[in-house]
Design a protein around this ligand. Structure first.
Ligand SMILES: Nc1ncnc2c1ncn2[C@@H]1O[C@H](COP(=O)(O)OP(=O)(O)OP(=O)(O)O)[C@@H](O)[C@H]1O
Ligand SMILES: [Mg+2]
Length: 291
């Protein structure tokens, strides 16, 4: 699938062929609940386990051995300077980037193992980027229903009913017939989140979803994320919004040069960071008036 500019659009799962019988059956041979499964909220235990993850682009070692465990329903914020590897980590997790070493497991099943159907894994992980990547030639309802219809084979009326329920939950029901260019940035980003949710993912990855927005539009998107957290969605969120991270995250991970330097509850990390590098980063953030 390609996005508006002809670029691959990772914000939408590749619809591919419908998977007959997918909803409710999980990802074949993996034990990972598949997209369309309502049982996600009832899941428990370790959702994501990342072990020794390394990623290089050519000679550039970007991730230098990441170990991270995320419990089901947990919300973790990734913070760190530009270039520290936050986006790369999220993209590796969603299998949008092949990893150089290490492994990633979801609910005990390794997704980086040979023979795993990557498209199926991707469909159970929603990812939303800074640039919303909505299809400009489709109205909101079609943007939201496209992937469930094509990838899950959800019948149109059912997909529309589910889409309307999500749009209504996030205050967008009156926008279903609008085209993206008639929406504000905040509304477009909320539609992008709804579009990812329409696949009923078990995990949501959010990459700087507020950075392209005017300050007055940030709050409405953060409210959506808060709602998701309250509903028990397991989330990994890369963000420069320190106040938000402090507010919403159960744990905050500070990355520097491809390593997690500190991983602590926000109350601890933001007020009494242990590592000198975290302290230095936070001093810069405070000096810039961003905390
Ligand atoms: N597709 C790519 N090809 C080559 N290098 C890449 C690619 N994607 C990322 N990198 C490099 O990986 C490093 C980490 O980038 P990444 O985008 O993960 O950082 P980040 O922490 O998300 O930064 P920001 O806060 O600016 O979003 C950078 O040095 C970047 O140049
Ligand atoms: Mg980034």
């Amino acid at each position: 699938m390609t996005g508006a500019g002809g670029m691959p659009d990772p914000g939408v799962p590749d619809p591919g062929k419908p998977d007959p019988g997918m909803p409710g059956t999980g990802i074949p041979g993996t034990g990972i609940p598949g997209p369309g499964m309502p049982e996600a909220a009832a899941m428990s235990g370790t959702a994501i386990r990342i072990e020794g993850l390394r990623k290089a682009f050519g000679a550039n070692q970007v991730l230098k051995g990441i170990d991270l465990t995320v419990s089901t329903h947990e919300v973790i914020c990734l913070i760190g300077a530009s270039g520290s590897g936050k986006s790369t980590l999220l993209r590796c997790l969603n299998l949008l980037e092949p990893i150089s070493a290490g492994r990633i497991s979801l609910w005990g099943q390794e997704i980086t193992a040979a023979g795993i159907d990557q498209n199926l894994v991707r469909r159970s992980i929603g990812i939303v980027f800074q640039s919303y990547n909505l299809f400009p030639h489709m109205n909101v309802l079609r943007n939201v229903t496209l992937a469930p219809r094509k990838a899950l084979g959800t019948p149109r009326l059912q997909a529309e009913e589910e889409a309307r329920a999500l749009l209504s939950r996030f205050g967008l029901l009156d926008k279903e017939a609008e085209f993206p260019d008639r929406l504000s940035g905040g509304q477009q980003q909320r539609v992008a989140i709804v579009r990812a949710l329409a696949m009923r993912p078990q995990i949501m990855l959010l990459d700087e979803v507020t950075s392209a927005l005017d300050p007055e539009l940030v709050a409405e998107v953060l409210d959506v994320i808060r709602e998701l957290a309250a509903a028990g969605m397991t989330m990994l969120i890369a963000t420069h919004e320190m106040g938000f991270a402090r507010d919403i995250a159960r744990r905050v991970c500070f990355l520097e040069e491809g390593r997690i330097i500190e991983d602590a509850p926000p109350a601890e990390l933001f007020t009494a960071p242990k590592d000198e590098r975290t302290q230095r980063f936070l001093r810069r953030i405070i000096a810039a008036g961003r905390l």
